[in-house]
Design a protein around this ligand. Structure first.
Ligand SMILES: [Cu+2]
Length: 68
């Protein structure tokens, strides 16, 4: 599980964009988004680097809180 902090994620629209960006890489990814905390937890078998690159490209660069 990856736990990411996404400072640019401020509303439900942003959360949708982040979800889309991750699902474009891994359609089977499971996301849990804590909007007030700006936290995104992702269960995915794909590499974090791939997911974080897609998020950054979408305008939501993540900071890694934990990965493992
Ligand atoms: Cu927003």
């Amino acid at each position: 599980m990856y736990e990411l902090k996404v400072e640019a994620m401020t509303c439900g629209h942003c959360a949708g964009r982040v979800t889309q960006a991750v699902k474009a890489i891994d359609p089977e990814a499971v996301l849990v988004i804590d909007l007030p905390g700006k936290l995104v937890r992702i269960n995915s078998t794909h590499k974090l680097a791939e997911l974080s690159a897609a998020m950054t490209e979408a305008g939501y660069p993540p900071q890694v809180v934990s990965a493992g």
